[in-house]
Design a protein around this ligand. Structure first.
Ligand SMILES: NC(=O)c1ccc[n+]([C@@H]2O[C@H](COP(=O)([O-])OP(=O)(O)OC[C@H]3O[C@@H](n4cnc5c(N)ncnc54)[C@H](O)[C@@H]3O)[C@@H](O)[C@H]2O)c1
Ligand SMILES: [Zn+2]
Ligand SMILES: [Zn+2]
Length: 370
């Protein structure tokens, strides 16, 4: 079928809305009419070829939400007309997936970053039959329609606002999952979050929902720090103007129990470590643009745990519906992070995300009736 997709022709270039051909889904796949897709920094990381990116031309987009149009013969748990959120790809069969850790699937790279299906095939091509790299996060959802694997299609309730749900499939579950799944933050505890973009603010809202009582947000952007207070930060620190470790010791003389880094920056991660309480725990989420250097000797007497996590350690079939429940109950107002753009304004939406003007951009792609 002919669809419209945002194609990136080469490294660092713009997204171009292009008419391309999408094949019918294979037996273990699903065809989804895309209603909206979030923009995540990992789309830019792939466009810039920084981390495990597919080749060009490529169709990116990995926070899709839409309606099932057709299902392959081996898909039994999903139906035409279901409202769905698309998340990251995993096989569901390797021992890591079967142990309840699909974000660390043995096939993670191939199913999310290789630019093709596991068997090397593509479902998108130009009218002259030239293949386009695709299957980004098993979806490539910057398009009017997407083919996804049955495992990464999550049915969601029809009374939830489908046009804002896509980011639950990556950025939002990543931040919220860091708090709820990875750290299992305890009631009454203290949490430090560095970087208050979509991932950091999702962590912040989850920390509040988990009844953490001291929540410190660090950023270099005053507007985002102000907004953090609205979402539940008890303290904010602008690291351009203030000494982060010193401020944290003033707030918490014994140090902070949990840290979440979304910046991937050396100095920021070292600041968190120097502010952690003994047996404190840090999770690192941000994609680093340089290798990390740590003064490890201090950890030997501190009992720190540092974990590098993917997708908030989420089991998406379970976690995404839980986040929607929390949203509907008023405990997780992730809608406040979102700004909507028309699909044709994708380059503006990307630029606004990169310049920090929007926290979570969502492209409105197709219509639906609730
Ligand atoms: N591992 C995963 O599963 C996963 C999933 C989604 C996103 N990510 C990554 O997480 C990161 C965060 O994503 P996002 O969408 O929230 O990005 P974002 O750019 O919106 O947020 C990053 C924030 O960090 C702040 N910042 C930059 N330098 C800083 C400094 N020196 N000190 C303090 N704050 C600083 C920025 O002002 C910004 O507010 C990205 O690297 C993204 O690629 C990882
Ligand atoms: Zn697996
Ligand atoms: Zn993402």
């Amino acid at each position: 079928m002919e669809i419209t997709a945002a194609v990136v022709k080469e490294k660092w270039s713009n997204f171009e809305l292009t008419k391309v051909v999408l094949d019918q889904p294979k037996s273990d796949e699903v065809l989804v009419k895309i209603v909206a897709t979030g923009i995540c920094h990992t789309d830019m990381v792939a466009r810039d070829f920084i981390m495990g990116a597919p080749n060009f031309p490529v169709i990116l987009g990995h926070e899709g939400a839409g309606i099932i149009e057709s299902v392959g013969a081996d898909v039994h748990h999903l139906n035409v007309g279901d409202h769905v959120v698309l998340t990251y790809g995993y096989c569901g069969e390797c021992e890591i997936c079967r142990s309840g850790n699909p974000a660390y699937c043995h096939d993670f790279f191939q199913r999310n970053f290789s630019g093709a299906r596991v068997d090397g095939s593509h479902s998108h091509h130009y009218h002259d039959a030239k293949a386009i790299h695709d299957n980004f996060f098993s979806q490539s959802s910057f398009a009017t329609y997407a083919v996804a694997h049955k495992n990464n299609v999550i049915r969601v309730p029809k009374d939830a606002p489908l046009e804002i749900l896509g980011p639950l499939g990556c950025g939002i579950q990543t931040g919220a999952g860091a708090i709820i799944n990875s750290l299992r933050v305890k009631v009454g505890s203290s949490v430090l979050i560095t970087g208050t973009g979509a991932v950091g603010l999702s962590a912040l809202m989850a920390a509040k929902a988990s009844s953490a009582t001291t929540i410190i947000a660090v950023d270099i952007n005053d507007e985002r720090l102000e907004f953090s207070k609205e979402l539940g930060a008890t303290h904010t620190i602008n690291s351009l103007r203030e000494d982060v470790s010193q401020r944290i010791r003033e707030i918490l003389p014994n140090g902070v129990q949990y840290g979440v880094d979304t910046t991937g920056r050396n100095e920021v991660i070292n600041n968190i470590l120097s502010s952690l309480a003994p047996v404190g725990e840090l999770v690192c989420i941000g994609v680093a643009r340089k290798p990390l250097e740590l003064e490890t000797n201090i950890f030997l007497t501190k009992g720190y745990k540092i974990k590098f996590i993917n997708q908030g350690d989420s089991v998406p079939q379970e976690f995404i519906p839980k986040l929607i429940h929390m949203y509907q109950g008023g405990q997780f107002p992730f809608n406040k992070l979102i700004k909507k753009y028309a699909f044709q304004d994708i380059n503006q939406a990307i630029e606004d995300s990169e310049k920090g003007r929007t926290i979570k951009s969502v492209l409105l792609i197709g219509n639906y009736n609730n």
